[in-house]
Design a protein around this ligand. Structure first.
Ligand SMILES: NC(=O)c1ccc[n+]([C@@H]2O[C@H](COP(=O)([O-])OP(=O)(O)OC[C@H]3O[C@@H](n4cnc5c(N)ncnc54)[C@H](OP(=O)(O)O)[C@@H]3O)[C@@H](O)[C@H]2O)c1
Length: 385
């Protein structure tokens, strides 16, 4: 029996993880469920999964759960409690799915404790990829991607020689505005941006998909996960989201992973690679799909994909600023303080004049993250938001 802690249990990835775990109740026991504010959802999950611990990192949300949890489930109420559940000696797997760089301390603690870390929280690697992967190498932690594109690439690499990689190719659906008239993109509302055509995801990543900031973040994530030079990373638009990722080798062969777009697939793979777990996703019927399309990324429509080139070519400080500015801009758009087209423009403005240096400590990560957030906020205020 494997024991698992789910960080971000109340979110979209948390829901898919709960579904997979419940399908294999004979193989997985839940040590802890960690959420932030959504105590209503946590209550449902706690009764379904009967964990040893429930942690809400928001103290008020935790107090709403007092005396309501199943018998034997204990309650924690802050990030320290979340970290304790991610590092507990009895835990084998930590599913890291908080949203944003706020998830870094708990995921990193799990890495330091040598756990198998099923990583959905890409902002961890964007913000502190170098430190994160160094710590994993030292502790022996196995960092397995949950992001569907990276899970695909992970599968395409099995049994192959790393020195023979010519290119890693991440696919991108292009989001809801792939074909929209660019001149009307200023009018996009948060509701339109959150309605993704292929994937049912949390609000932040849905907006990131609409700007293609998500793919930009994923390229940075891939750099650290797979340890390849940035010039070997690329993305291609694939509207059907059936091919999730590919690896091109030096002999001209391209190995791809295909599946219906459903996060339970990559989650099941991250929990246990072999033997494969039934994930509940529909089996792929290629004849029913009929066609799979691919097109180059249009950087004029999606300037995030132009901007990320400078981040990949530069040092760690640029990626920290890129991520922090995007988190602030994404939230400001959802709060209707700025327009859709302002998101990437704001990130670009924060990055202008940003020092391009490597970052050696977590304290420095946080100080640069804070500095970029303050800069982003002051630009938003200039926009009148
Ligand atoms: N959804 C997908 O299909 C998908 C695919 C690939 C990668 N990812 C990545 O997975 C991560 C989670 O995405 P999601 O779509 O599941 O997001 P989501 O639905 O918004 O869920 C986010 C989770 O993080 C928690 N959280 C929010 N603010 C927090 C804070 N300040 N402190 C601690 N926890 C906090 C939320 O708790 P409450 O809701 O209780 O407040 C919730 O459990 C993101 O990094 C995303 O990029 C998601």
């Amino acid at each position: 029996m494997k024991r698992i802690t789910i960080l971000g249990a109340t979110g979209s990835i948390g829901a898919s993880t709960a579904d997979v775990v419940l399908r294999h109740a004979d193989q997985f026991a839940v040590h802890a469920l960690v959420g932030h504010r959504n105590h209503g959802r946590m209550l449902e999950l706690a009764h379904a999964l009967k964990p040893a611990w429930v942690v809400m990192t928001d103290a008020q949300a935790a107090s709403a759960l007092k005396d309501k949890l199943p018998t034997g489930t204990r309650l924690g109420c802050d990030m320290d409690a979340a970290i304790a559940t991610a590092t507990d000696a009895s835990v084998d797997i930590v599913l890291a799915a908080m949203v944003g760089s706020v998830g870094l301390p708990a995921a990193l603690a799990a890495v330091r404790a040598g756990k198998r870390v099923a990583l959905a929280n890409k902002e961890c690697l964007v913000t502190a990829g170098r430190l994160f992967m160094q710590e994993a190498a030292e502790s022996g932690a196995d960092v397995v991607p949950v992001d569907s594109e990276h899970a695909a690439v992970h599968q395409c690499l099995v049994g192959h020689d790393k020195g023979s990689i010519r290119r890693i190719i991440l696919t991108a659906s292009g989001g809801p505005f792939r074909d929209r008239d660019v001149s009307t993109m200023r009018d996009i509302t948060p509701e339109q941006a959150i309605a993704h055509p292929n994937w049912d995801m949390g609000a932040k990543i849905s907006v990131d998909s609409a700007t293609m900031m998500n793919k930009a973040l994923e390229l940075i994530e891939a750099r650290w996960l797979f340890g390849v030079a940035p010039d070997k990373l690329s993305a291609v638009i694939h509207p059907q989201s059936v091919v999730h990722g590919m690896v091109e080798y030096t002999d001209g062969s391209v190995v791809a992973q295909l599946a219906e777009p459903d996060m339970r697939g990559p989650i099941a793979y991250a929990l246990q690679m072999a033997p494969r777990l039934a994930s509940g996703i529909p089996f792929l019927d290629l004849a029913a799909h009929g066609r799979l399309d691919f097109q180059a990324v249009d950087e004029a429509r999606f300037p995030a994909m132009r901007l990320v080139k400078a981040v990949l070519a530069g040092a760690d400080s640029l990626a920290i600023a890129f991520n922090a500015a995007n988190e602030v801009a994404n939230q400001a758009f959802r709060d209707r303080r700025i327009g859709f087209m302002d998101i990437v423009s704001l990130v670009e403005q924060v990055m202008q004049g940003c020092e391009d240096v490597s970052v050696q400590t977590l304290d420095e990560v946080w100080s640069r993250d804070r500095e970029s957030r303050v800069k982003a906020e002051s630009i938003i205020q200039k926009f009148g938001g």
